[in-house]
Write a protein that binds this ligand. Structure first.
Ligand code: FES
Length: 166
């Protein structure tokens, strides 16, 4: 078993909030992702057993969302929106800047294991483009200076074991 007792209890708790079991898939995937840091076939299988629904329904739902990494990622997952509004306002340049700053390419994790960088489709914050999502948080109306501050803050809070102030 990959999921621990706490995660299983949380998933069971989510289940009772929904009359249709498959409505609990996304909350269950979120719980699993918070525990493990990423998802895989074994986790889909465990969730399907807990929710008593077909494995494929869990796997299909997970495959649709970039917010659920399918392989191990760094401590912080940086998702850069590269869709139309963000692209028009400099997403490509921000991606290049992040690649340069972190010393990695899209899809890679920094050597210190702090950051994984990916680009994703629209995150629904087009009026605040360009924007990125890091873990559960949105960072909007970005500039290179703002990115510098965000990364510095995340590095510092990771070193001190504190929450980011952003
Ligand atoms: S295009 Fe980037 S948030 Fe919509």
């Amino acid at each position: 078993m990959i999921l621990n007792d706490i995660s299983i209890a949380k998933i069971r708790q989510k289940m009772i909030c929904y009359t249709v079991r498959k409505s609990a898939i996304l909350p269950a995937l979120t719980v699993a992702c918070r525990q493990v840091g990423h998802l895989n076939n074994e986790i889909y299988r465990e969730i399907s057993v807990i929710l008593e629904i077909p494995y494929l329904e869990v796997a299909e739902a997970a495959s649709f969302y970039t917010m659920f990494p399918k392989k191990p990622v760094g401590r912080h997952l940086i998702q850069v929106c590269h869709n139309i509004s963000c692209a028009l306002l400099g997403a490509d340049s921000l991606i290049s800047y992040l690649e340069e700053k972190l010393g990695i390419k899209k899809g890679e994790t920094s050597p210190d294991n702090l950051f994984t960088l990916i680009s994703v489709e629209c995150l629904g914050s087009c009026t605040s483009a360009p924007m990125i999502q890091i873990d559960d948080k949105y960072y909007e109306l970005l500039t290179r200076e703002k990115i510098d501050r965000i990364l510095d803050d995340l590095k510092e809070s990771s070193l001190n074991g504190k929450e980011s102030s952003f």
